[in-house]
Write a protein that binds this ligand. Structure first.
Ligand code: PXP
Length: 237
């Protein structure tokens, strides 16, 4: 059984289109937890386009499964994370103009900055994962700076245009996951995963957790959030 982290950002996205107080991402998180989610994931972006600071404090109080905060390498957000103390943070790159997190962090060229955050989080008892592209150099660099866990960006696999591309990108993810695991890293994966493209991925033993948001929240519109979470959990078996 692989673990499922449900990203609830897009519940807050709907709320923020009206700047009112519903739908409430906390209510969504509790429903996901009840339906079997192994962790709740959210991203406090610097532009606060969906999750707000207050959401984080409320989630921290009520969520019983792992709370995983995605965050940029930014002093402001680091301070908030140290205040909230989620179980885990996932360091991600962030560009204001992007629609979503488009690539992984470049650990190779930002070793010292990322290493500093790993240390700060460790001192506070917060586990840290780094979101990287499926690239052996990034995996090795993550290990070298002391990371214990990484999340492989599955966006290029999810966006493959044909079967050849899909196969190549799948094999690359598999290889990277295995290399990372052999180096002693815990391996997670996420971005662009849905009820179809998850199926081949669950056969990669080295990946222990999947973080999925958009496809689950989209399906929830038609079948409800609990059903959408349960359907994804069933595919991870
Ligand atoms: N993992 C990470 C690190 C992410 O940044 C995101 C998007 O916020 C996801 C997983 C979930 O991606 P999606 O919404 O495409 O399922």
């Amino acid at each position: 059984m692989r673990l499922l982290g449900v990203n609830i950002d897009h519940v807050a996205t709907i709320r923020q289109t009206r700047r009112i107080d519903y739908p409430d991402p906390l209510e969504a998180a509790l429903l996901c937890q009840e339906a079997g989610a192994d962790s709740i994931v959210c991203h406090l972006r610097e532009d606060r386009r969906h999750i707000q600071d207050l959401d984080l404090f409320r989630l921290k109080k009520r969520v019983k499964v792992k709370l995983n905060l995605e965050m940029a390498i930014s002093n402001e957000i680091v301070d908030i994370a140290l205040d909230v103390k989620p179980d885990q943070v996932t360091l991600v790159p962030e560009k204001r103009e992007e629609l979503t997190t488009e690539g992984g962090l470049d650990v190779v060229s930002q070793r010292s900055g990322i290493k500093r955050i790993l240390k700060v989080m460790e001192r506070s008892g917060i586990a840290t994962s780094i979101f990287i592209d499926p690239d052996i150099r990034q995996i090795r660099a993550s290990r070298e700076i002391g990371a214990g866990m990484i999340e492989l960006h599955t966006g290029s696999y999810a966006n493959a245009k044909n079967r050849t591309q899909l196969r190549r990108r799948y094999l690359s993810l598999k290889k990277c996951a295995e290399v990372a695991k052999d180096l002693g890293l815990k391996v997670f994966a996420g971005h662009g995963l849905n009820y179809e493209n998850i199926k081949p991925l669950v056969r990669i033993d080295a990946i222990e957790e999947y973080n999925i948001g958009h496809s689950i929240v989209s399906r929830a519109i038609f079948v409800g959030l609990a059903r959408a979470v349960k359907d994804m959990k069933a595919l991870l078996k």
